[in-house]
Structures are given as C-alpha cells and as structure tokens.
Write a new protein. Structure first.
Length: 95
C-alpha cells in the first residue's frame, strides 16, 4: 500500500525538480517579459503577475515566463508547462 502512494509522489517531485533546474536565471529584471505559447510570443508586464516566483518550484519568472494561468482574476507565471499542470492539479484537488 505504501508503494502505491510513494511512487506517484516521488515521480511528481522528480518531475518538478528536473523541469525547473535546467533553466538559467535572468541576470536582471525586465518589464515586460516575453511568454511563449502555441500561438507565438506574448509580452507580459511583470507587475500583472500574482508573484514573480513560480508557485510550484519557486523559480524566478520575472525575466522569462514560459506559461501562464489566470485564476480568480490573478495571473500566475510558470517556468514550465509541467509546473503549470502541477498547479492546475493542486487547484482541482482543493475544489
């Protein structure tokens, strides 16, 4: 029974760890930043983000936002799509 819980949790933690550590930190803060999407690059004013840190892994996203999500009129920036998906999963578990 413990293995059924341990392996998914371990897999989640490893995914978050490795998806966020391969990115370089920005040298300085810029406003606006560019976010990539399937439709192309979009400029985002850092002041509009709920936080300049990825809410899942804590990485600084003030220089480069890879993905965003709007929840309750707040815009969250993420370093990766995996962190965004983890955030969405956590929101779904709470509701």
């Amino acid at each position: 029974m413990k293995n059924r819980v341990l392996f998914p949790v371990l897999g989640f933690l490893l995914t978050v760890l490795f998806s966020c550590t391969s990115k370089t930190q920005p040298e300085h803060l810029e406003s606006p930043v560019t976010a990539e999407s399937e439709k192309g690059a979009v400029e985002i004013d850092v002041k509009l983000l709920a936080s300049t840190k990825d809410t899942i892994c804590g990485m600084d996203v003030s220089g480069a936002v890879n993905d965003t999500l709007k929840v309750d009129s707040k815009i969250y920036g993420f370093c990766s799509t995996q962190c965004k998906e983890s955030f969405v999963s956590q929101l779904a578990a709470v509701k």
